[in-house]
Design a protein around this ligand. Structure first.
Ligand code: UT7
Length: 373
């Protein structure tokens, strides 16, 4: 595949090996070449371990009925959510991320010192600075790691996974942690029935490792596609608390430190974009949705997942939905869904799995994986 240079924003550019040839870039898409062992080529990577953590306290629809004018029936019918986990005061995103990370590292047969990079996809960092990655690094004792937070809202996990995978694929690092973690209850207005029923708290962490010597077939992380569209910013945001509107009496009184959402705009964009990005990523590999064993998308609303799956002609038995138990945990939904699917025996070694997300920004992501553990 040869295309003009300069379109570096096109999703998936780094999913293949890019060589500069005069005024054009020549892209050998992943799958068209054996990337392993070539000078300057990317190493194949895989998810070597996966673990999740949710705080013990459960907030049910019945609890919410006592807090705002809502009903279990409305929440279940419109969103598919029955309950969500919520932290106790004083517990922050890094605390949830720590639990998931330590479990993932142990599962991989590693120690924290083996981790060289920590990427945290989060919308609810403990503080604006220091970064949650720094806090996690210290809490888990990853003495050799550097890292950073990544702001992609509900696409936090797919973006973190791609970022970590590409750093390992480049040869810069051997083992990285990609984390999706959020304490959404810290930015939810529990007087706003339109948003407070939707979200929960949780964390998921994967160890991303190089797959040296295991280059046969499309094992591991195969490819990715991502987009951003800033025109969608106002549809889902937290208006204050940043440099535009620092915290003030007015912002607090105006309840501007909470999530504000135009639900229907987000809903329609999510359904359309999920289908689009999934088909585009699969087509790049000569695949169609029927080739997938499992579709694991961000869990924002059962109806969004079912609508996107219907557009992709995916039968229900290939679609993971666990929003019922956790609500929308933003960065953590995909690892929580993967982990539940694995526990249920639905996710098996060798499965072709497509991860997909749409979030505030808007951010859009898809990662294609041949499950290897
Ligand atoms: O992760 C990415 C971020 N978020 C999303 O992807 C969410 C995308 N959007 C959605 O999931 C849906 O739009 C919602 C679940 C947020 C809302 O569902 P909807 O079917 O789009 O409902 P709506 O906003 O059109 O509201 C319908 C009615 C309204 O009443 P009226 O105006 O028809 O009288 C709302 O006031 O439902 C009312 N309503 C509620 N009623 C009971 C809104 N929230 C509630 C509630 N309980 N919690």
């Amino acid at each position: 595949m040869v295309r003009k240079a300069g379109r570096t924003g096109e999703a998936g550019r780094a999913g293949g090996v890019v060589r500069r040839v005069g005024e054009v870039e020549q892209v050998e898409a992943a799958g068209e070449v054996n990337r392993v062992g070539k000078a300057g080529a990317l190493r194949r990577t895989h998810i070597a371990a996966l673990a999740t953590y949710v705080p013990p306290r459960v907030l049910t629809n019945a609890d919410l009925e006592k807090m705002v004018d809502t009903s279990d029936e409305w929440i279940l019918q419109r969103t598919g959510i029955r309950e969500r986990h919520i932290v106790d005061r004083g517990v922050a995103t890094s605390d949830l991320a720590k639990e998931a990370s330590l479990a993932a590292i142990a599962q991989a047969g590693l120690t924290p010192d083996d981790i060289e990079l920590i990427v945290v996809g989060t919308t609810t960092p403990d503080t604006i600075f220091p970064s949650t990655a720094c806090l996690v690094q210290h809490k888990i004792g990853a003495s050799r790691a550097w890292g950073f937070d990544l702001g992609a809202a509900c696409s936090g996990f797919t973006y973190a996974l791609t970022a970590a995978s590409q750093m390992v694929a480049s040869g810069a690092h051997r083992h990285a942690l990609a984390i999706g973690a959020d304490v959404m209850s810290s930015i939810i207005d529990y007087q706003d029935r339109a948003t407070c029923v939707l979200f929960g708290d949780g964390a998921g962490a994967v160890v991303v490792s190089a797959l040296d010597g295991r280059s046969a077939g499309d094992v591991g992380i195969i490819d990715f596609a991502h987009e951003i569209d800033g025109s969608g910013g106002p549809a889902l945001c937290m208006p204050a608390g940043g440099s535009l509107r620092p915290a003030s009496r007015e912002t607090v009184e105006g309840r501007l430190h909470y999530v504000k959402q135009d639900g229907q705009t987000v809903f329609k964009f999510a359904v359309r974009k999920t289908e689009e990005i999934c088909r585009r990523l699969l087509a790049r590999h000569g695949l169609t949705p029927s080739d997938l064993n499992l579709f694991v998308s961000h869990q924002a609303n059962r109806r969004i997942i079912e609508s996107a799956a219907a557009r992709l002609d995916l039968p229900a038995d290939r679609v993971v939905i666990n929003i019922e138990r956790y609500g929308n945990t933003t960065g953590a939904t995909i690892p929580l869904a993967l982990n539940d699917a694995r526990a249920d025996g639905r996710l098996k070694q060798g499965d072709l799995v497509l991860l997909a997300s749409v979030g505030a920004g808007f951010t859009v992501g898809a990662v294609l994986v041949r499950w290897s553990i």
